[in-house]
Design a binder for this molecule. Sequence first.
Ligand code: SF4
Ligand code: SF4
Length: 121
Amino acid sequence: MGCHLCELACSVTHHDVFDPGRAYLGIRSVYVDDGLLVRASLCIGCDACVDACPTGAVSRENGGYVVQRDLCTGCGACVQACPQQVVRITDGVAGMCDMCRDAGMPQCVQWCRPGALVVAG
Ligand code: SF4
Ligand code: SF4
């Protein structure tokens, strides 16, 4: 339905603000012949961000990704590499889906009222 609640949940969980531009997933609406189409862009765990990082700042942990802030230079190579366009640079440091490890469960899934988002096994 494109309510963007998942983006807001992700943004407030990681940045304490309701800003879809800071979310590590994206909901985009496009008009096609049959009407409005809502597309979700989500981390697919492809490791492109890990492979692209020249400083080794990104690693995979518990199904998500972790950025070592002291190693990240904010160069944006991970942003360019992400095929889903869900890696962001905020305040000079990269961030991407960490599966909400500090919150205990994916907040985008928890807040999606129609149940459109699920955690894939
Ligand atoms: S922005 Fe940071 S995490 Fe991303 S590729 Fe550059 S150094 Fe690595
Ligand atoms: S699992 Fe957490 S970090 Fe990943 S997109 Fe959903 S809310 Fe954002």
